[in-house]
Every structure is written in C-alpha cells, then in structure tokens.
Design a protein around this ligand. Structure first.
Ligand SMILES: [Zn+2]
Length: 204
C-alpha cells in the first residue's frame, strides 16, 4: 500500500486487536503499516469495519436505511439491539455527510458504468440511491457485494467517520486505506492497543 499521507512505500508494522459487533461480538486483528518515508503508521481496516465504531458497516448501514425510511431512533435501536445514543450518533453523522457521500459514490458508480436519470432530490434518499447505484454497477462486473461495505471501501472508511470536518472533502492518495493514523508513543510498534469503551454503552 502507498502511504495515505505522502504516497511513500509502506511495510508491515504489527497491529492491534479490537472489537466488532454484528449479530454477535467479535475480536479481530487489524494490521498496521508504517511509511518508510514519513514514518507515520496507518491501520488496514477490513471493508466491513468503520474507524472508531464498534458496529460493522452492515449494521450501521441498515440503521441508516431505516432512518431514511422514516423510522425513529428509538425503534431503530430496538430493532437492531443497539443503544439509542449510538444510533442517534450514526444518524447525526449521516445527515452531516450524506450530501458529500452521495456525490463521491455517484462519481464512483459512473466510473463503474452506471447511468440513470432518476435520482431522488432529498439528500438521504439520494445517498441511499447512490449506495445502490455503485453496488449494482460493481455487481455487474464482480458479482454480489454488501452495498455498505462497498461504500466504506470507496470512501476509505471515511463515509461515517466521527470527524468534525468533512472526511470526504480531501482526495486521499490511497482512498482504500482508512484514515486512522495515530502516532505510536515512543515510535515503537504497537502490539496491543487496549479496546477503548465498553461495547455495551459506547457511542463509538
Ligand atoms: Zn508517508
């Protein structure tokens, strides 16, 4: 992988364990790479993992679909078995990024051969249409795909990033590498980063 910051060559740099929830709770290993030019490290997140979030992108995407369909946070949280605060945070970030996300995904869908004249004008439905458009264009060439996984992959994990600035504004050198770079204290390889909040109540 090229470094997402400077484009330099990278090499393996240990990794860390983290939790991931879908129907159950998993522990997964996330490998890191370190840039040989600028020295920064980056995590190589699988495409079903969103940076700093406990839940798989499939779960979060399902919540957003229900929200766009008009369901309230309480009902969505009950349906998916997630805390209301967590679902509210997903929906809040989606409202903030849906417009930019729709543009990025539609551009990718068009590059993949998708074309249509019918798109919803409202931001939320248009973004969902963009997610489906990209997935359908992809599926014609490569077979079935998890629609939200593809959206996460194309945006380098930035589709629902909890940043305050728009995570989709910059054009990263390596769009498929998640922007989760952190400087490791002391410059030593980070073998086991302790999981952050408790999976039961965290809003990450
Ligand atoms: Zn670099």
């Amino acid at each position: 992988m090229a470094c997402p910051h400077c484009g330099g060559p990278t090499g393996p740099w240990s990794g860390y364990l983290r939790h991931l929830r879908d129907a159950e709770l998993h522990r997964i290993f996330v490998p890191r790479v370190r840039c040989r030019r600028c020295g920064r490290t980056s995590a190589l997140l699988p495409w079903f993992v969103s940076p700093y979030r406990w839940d798989s992108v499939d779960v979060i995407g399902r919540a957003l679909e229900l929200s766009v369909a008009g369901q309230g946070v309480r009902r969505i949280a009950a349906a998916l078995g997630r805390p209301e605060t967590t679902v509210r945070e997903w929906c809040r970030r989606f409202r903030a990024t849906a417009d930019a996300l729709a543009r990025v995904l539609l551009a990718a869908a068009i590059r993949a051969g998708w074309s249509s004249f019918e798109l919803p004008t409202a931001t939320g439905p248009r973004c969902l249409a963009a997610v489906d458009a990209l997935a359908s264009a992809w599926a014609r060439r490569h077979g079935p795909v998890g629609v939200w996984r593809l959206a996460a992959l194309v945006t380098g994990g930035a589709w629902l990033a909890p940043n305050t600035t728009s995570p989709l504004a910059s054009s990263g050198i390596s769009p498929v590498m998640a922007r989760t770079t952190r400087t490791t204290p002391g410059g030593a390889p980070c073998h086991r980063t302790p999981p952050k909040p408790s999976p039961s109540g965290g809003t990450t």
